[in-house]
Design a protein around this ligand. Structure first.
Ligand code: GP9
Ligand code: MN
Length: 427
């Protein structure tokens, strides 16, 4: 209802932070290329197996002087997995406590998503994915989000050995996607969703040239092999971006969508991290995923701010210099020095630079020590918990009540889904 919208607006306006003047508009007018690294966790960065780097190309990109890399960036997904990540990244709205918001609300709801915002600023917008278009209801949701093009499975030439698991192998995917990318009018906003590094981490023999880990857990051990393959695919794509010239006039943003190794594999996780055992604190910290933003000329470096997927859209918009003073977005620009560093998990747990709260236990984030709370600390935790609970429930109200249909920010035109029609080539 309209009164729900009032509470939402109050909350987002109260928590809106001013951008960092050093970064605001630094990438104005550039193309945006987003690479969704499937099931990719932060611990893989600089990780070695038998003395070999799992992801040499990503490691190099991570350290590049024009890459902003975040090392305290967490995934915040729930059951909607990939779709929750997409929802947060492109709308700065949380996924739902149960199910997938894209599946349940993607077709009907009104959104003010990144593709719509940018297409109204003259951008061409396109999503690329080597799976069937109906997965996670992308074919309908992307229309609601204002994606002009959706290059899903039927757009790619295929042979029996081109696919594994959910779809096209990443190397083949990037190669063919780049032929479409070449033809997009610039500036464009393009999102490429990888697939191969997905459970059960299958690969054909010819691509399995990297040693598996030796935790003894069969579900876990091939994870680094598909991650290595994804890294090689990224390396090849980067070469293409450089030769095509896109590297220079694009913001290249990479993120991991969620964990690849679930909490059910504690012993294996401990083994991977070189620990005797892992507790709830370790598992919360294990939810870190990469976020890297590269743009030629940008002042890069490793940024230790605490944030998560909800914060990406406001960060990107500020880099592009797109004013967002009236939008309903729950995240905060990661580059703003005024931001609250509170990372909300979907179950109400949270991480801040000081505290890691899991269930009824609070740990010190810097050491992992379990805290016996002083009354002062208790007050702080209550305040943080309040913020997290309010934020999550207001975001849910936006989606469940389809509240954005009642409010169109100044300068934004409501998306008309009928304007979008994705042709599927091979039937
Ligand atoms: C399928 C892919 C996988 O198209 O995006 O989704 P996930 O299982 O990671 O949520
Ligand atoms: Mn996923």
């Amino acid at each position: 209802s309209a009164s729900d919208l009032t509470s939402v607006k109050k909350f987002v306006n109260r928590n809106r932070v001013s951008p960092n003047v050093k970064y605001y508009g630094q990438a104005k007018g550039k193309n945006v290329i987003i690479i969704h690294l499937e099931s990719f966790q932060q611990f893989l960065i600089n990780y070695k197996v038998d003395g070999k780097e799992v992801t040499p190309n990503l490691n190099k990109f991570y350290k590049n002087k024009n890459t902003l890399s975040f090392d305290n960036f967490y995934n915040q997904v729930a059951q909607g997995k990939t779709s929750d990540a997409e929802m947060m990244l492109e709308n700065s709205l949380y996924g739902l406590p149960q199910g997938s918001a894209m599946t349940t609300y993607g077709t009907q709801n009104t959104f003010q998503a990144a593709p719509a915002i940018l297409s109204q600023k003259g951008y061409t917008t396109a999503a690329f994915h080597g799976d069937v278009p109906s997965f996670w209801n992308r074919d309908n949701t992307y229309k609601s989000w204002g994606y002009e093009y959706f290059f899903s499975s039927s757009y790619y030439k295929t042979k029996p050995d081109y696919s594994v698991g959910y779809g096209l192998k990443d190397k083949i995917f990037f190669k063919q996607a780049s032929q479409y990318l070449d033809q997009l009018p610039q500036p464009f906003y393009a999102k490429l969703i990888t697939l191969t590094n997905h459970y059960p981490y299958e690969l054909d023999k010819q691509n399995t040239d990297f040693p598996a880990t030796k935790t003894g857990d069969k579900t876990v051990d091939p994870y680094v092999q598909t991650a290595h393959y994804l890294d090689e695919a990224f390396g090849e794509f980067l070469t293409y971006l450089k030769t095509s010239g896109l590297y220079k006039n694009s913001v290249i943003m990479l993120y991991g969508d969620h964990y690849g190794i679930s909490d059910n594999h504690r012993a294996a996780i401990a083994h991977l991290l070189g620990k005797k055992s892992v507790n709830e604190y370790d598992l919360a910290q294990f939810q870190k995923v990469p976020l890297m933003i590269h743009s030629a000329g940008l002042k890069g470096g490793i940024d230790h701010t605490y944030g998560g997927e909800i914060d990406v859209l406001p960060t990107l918009m500020d880099l592009l210099g797109v004013k967002d003073n009236n939008t309903i977005q729950f995240g905060q620009d990661l580059l703003s020095n005024k931001r609250n560093q509170v990372v909300a998990f979907r179950d109400g747990d949270f991480v801040t630079p000081k505290y890691t709260k899991v269930g009824s236990t609070v740990y010190q984030t810097s050491t992992g020590k379990k805290l016996t709370l002083t009354s002062q600390q208790k007050k702080q935790i209550t305040k943080l918990q309040n913020y997290v609970t309010t934020e999550l429930s207001l975001s849910d109200r936006v989606i469940e009540g389809d509240l954005l249909r009642f409010y169109t920010p100044k300068g934004f035109t409501k998306v008309n889904k009928k304007d979008y029609n994705y042709k599927y080539i091979n039937g």
